[in-house]
Write a protein that binds this ligand. Structure first.
Ligand SMILES: CC(C)(COP(=O)(O)OP(=O)(O)OC[C@H]1O[C@@H](n2cnc3c(N)ncnc32)[C@H](O)[C@@H]1OP(=O)(O)O)[C@@H](O)C(=O)NCCC(=O)NCCS
Length: 156
C-alpha cells in the first residue's frame, strides 16, 4: 500500500468518481449528488489514488459529534487489497479531529462484503430498517444500521 496516495477530493475528480459509482453501486450517486457533498463545512471526504488513478473514496458528515458515513467505494480492480481499510482508518482519524463521538452507517442486508468490512473495523449492528433500499427488480431490501464508537476506540 505504500505507493498509494490519500488526498482531498476536488471538482476535477468528479468524472472519475461518477464512473466508479456506476460500476460498484446498485444506486450510484450522480455528479449532481457528489458535488454538493463537497461544498459543506460539516462534510469530510477523501480519495485514494495510485499513479493519478482514483481507486477509492469516502464521503461522510459530522454534526454535533454524530458522524455518518454517506458513501464508501473502491474501484473493482482494486477491491480486496486493503484500500477500504485505509480509507476507514483515515476517516476515523479525521473524525477524531472533528470531535465526533460516534460514526453511523447504513448498509444493504445483502452486501456481505461491506458488512464483513464494517464488522472487522469494529462497527456493531444496532438495528434494521425494513424495506429501506430499492432494488433493481422493483423490490426493496432492509438496511442494517451500524455504529462505531469513536470516543472509546484506539484509531491510530
Ligand atoms: C465494500 C468495499 C468498500 C470493500 O473495499 P475493499 O478495499 O475491497 O476492502 P478491504 O480490502 O480493505 O477489506 C478489508 C476487510 O473487509 C472484509 N471484506 C472486504 N470485502 C469483503 C468481501 N467481498 N467479502 C468478505 N469480506 C470482505 C475483509 O474482512 C477484509 O479483510 P481481509 O482482506 O484481511 O480479510 C468494496 O468492496 C466496494 O467498494 N464495494 C462496492 C461499494 C459498497 O458496497 N460500498 C459500501 C456501501 S455501505
Amino acid at each position: 500500500m505504500s505507493d498509494y496516495t490519500l488526498q482531498p477530493i476536488g471538482d476535477r475528480h468528479l468524472t472519475d468518481i461518477e464512473r466508479i459509482e456506476q460500476t460498484v453501486h446498485i444506486a450510484p450517486w450522480s455528479k449532481t449528488q457528489l458535488a454538493p457533498a463537497q461544498g459543506c463545512f460539516d462534510h469530510h471526504y477523501a480519495l485514494i489514488s495510485q499513479d493519478d488513478q482514483i481507486i477509492g473514496y469516502f464521503y461522510a458528515r459530522c454534526i454535533a459529534g454524530e458522524a455518518e458515513l454517506l458513501n464508501l467505494a473502491v474501484d473493482r480492480p482494486f477491491q480486496g487489497k486493503g484500500v477500504a481499510h485505509q480509507l476507514l482508518t483515515l476517516l476515523k482519524k479525521t473524525l477524531v479531529a472533528a470531535g465526533a463521538k460516534t460514526l453511523w452507517l447504513e448498509v444493504r442486508q445483502s452486501n456481505y462484503g461491506a458488512r464483513a468490512l464494517y464488522q472487522k473495523q469494529g462497527f456493531e449492528l444496532i438495528s434494521h430498517r425494513a424495506g429501506y433500499y430499492s432494488c433493481p427488480d422493483g423490490t426493496t431490501e432492509d438496511a442494517l444500521v451500524m455504529r462505531y464508537q469513536i470516543s472509546s476506540s484506539h484509531v491510530l
